[in-house]
Design a protein around this ligand. Structure first.
Ligand SMILES: Nc1nc2c(ncn2[C@@H]2O[C@H](COP(=O)(O)OP(=O)(O)OP(=O)(O)O)[C@@H](O)[C@H]2O)c(=O)[nH]1
Ligand SMILES: [Mg+2]
Length: 329
């Protein structure tokens, strides 16, 4: 592959060519060092064409209806004349393999739309790695001209925190469960949310959804506000009947406009980019340290000494760093 091929790829991405976008995302997902080098050049070249989308994270418990709601929202957004890209972050998909296929079939109508692009989760890697690739995929989608980027993540473990760090707004999808089950939404996750939507507000579940909505409205008042003066809106929706979907989209757009108007959006993105830089530095340094021959030669011994209490963790850490940096004489 020549430099010319990659600049042609960059041009095709910017021209909105979906296949080029897919190839570019595959390139940034690769861990091969030569691919990483090409991906860096590609991303750097496309950077001026980024930043133009509304970046929205969508999270919630397994089965809450995230994919269904994203499809309904996405279809609403494209009907309004915008374009939408959907990315998935699912660190567990490497093991289960099920949810990717599920998402693809569930978003079939959106996937067929010419103004939509759906990219399933990369199927391997650590959460940190998946988050990095998703962050870069968001930038590529923006370079390809998408107005809206939706990032779905399943509500388990740390993936919400990782996704919250790469979007402008975070939407939490809740189920119409009342009472004790509401407590099942971890406080930390609720505190990440800018908007909460109780989905499945239809049929037999309609009443329960309204009650859950009221309960959640009370609950969010007790939370530490995410941003000063920010009211977390709680609404209901049905991905099946479409009720509340247009209103949810209006709420997202209004919230995004509020971020802009208050001068919060640019600094938020700037901080996120800096955090991404530092996590790259940290990951790369740790990789190099762990594969350093001088460090490896002593690691077992030092870890054993820390484990049996003959050396303090601080002293052992110092020795590891001295080995790595070659300052141990
Ligand atoms: N009644 C009703 N069912 C819904 C609604 N939205 C989703 N469902 C159903 O809930 C189930 C899960 O929907 P998904 O959209 O796959 O949920 P998800 O949160 O993306 O699931 P995971 O990605 O596996 O965590 C499916 O059987 C959907 O048909 C809704 O608004 N109303
Ligand atoms: Mg899903």
């Amino acid at each position: 592959v020549t430099r010319e091929d990659d600049s042609a790829l960059a041009e095709a991405v910017q021209a909105g060519d979906r296949r080029a976008l897919a190839r570019a995302i595959t390139l940034i997902e690769s861990t091969r060092p030569d691919h990483r080098a090409r991906a860096r050049v590609l991303l750097d070249g496309l950077l001026p064409a980024t930043n133009g989308s509304i970046r929205v994270g969508v999270s919630g418990a397994p089965g809450a209806g995230k994919s269904s709601l994203i499809e309904a929202l996405g279809l609403h957004v494209v009907a309004a004349g915008h374009s939408v890209a959907v990315l998935a972050v699912d660190p567990s998909s490497a093991r289960s393999g099920g949810s990717i296929l599920g998402d693809k079939t569930r978003m079939a109508d959106l996937g067929r739309h010419p103004e939509a692009y759906i990219r399933p989760s990369p199927t391997s890697g650590t959460l940190g790695g998946v988050a990095r690739r998703t962050r870069e995929a968001v930038l590529l989608c923006e370079a390809a001209g998408f107005d809206v980027v939706l990032v779905e993540t399943v509500g388990v473990g740390q993936s919400e925190v990782a996704v919250a760090d790469l979007v402008d707004l975070f939407v939490l999808v809740a189920s119409p469960a009342g009472g004790d089950e509401l407590q099942g939404i971890k406080r930390g996750i609720m505190e990440l949310a800018d908007l909460i939507v109780v989905n499945k507000a239809d049929g037999d579940l309609a009443d329960a959804a309204q009650r859950a909505c009221a309960d959640l409205r009370n609950a969010v008042h007790l939370l530490h506000p995410k941003r000063p003066g920010w009211e977390v809106e709680v609404r209901t929706s049905s991905a099946v009947t479409g009720t509340g979907v247009a209103e949810l989209w209006e709420a997202v757009v209004a919230a995004h406009q509020r971020l802009r108007d208050h001068g919060v959006l640019a600094p938020l993105r700037a901080r996120q980019a800096q955090a991404a830089m530092w996590s790259e530095v940290t990951d790369e340094l740790l990789d190099r340290l762990r594969s350093d021959a001088g460090v490896r030669a002593h690691l077992t011994e030092l870890e054993a000494a820390v484990a049996d209490g003959t050396m303090s963790p601080t002293a052992a850490a110092q020795r590891v760093l001295e080995r790595f940096l070659g300052t141990d004489g």
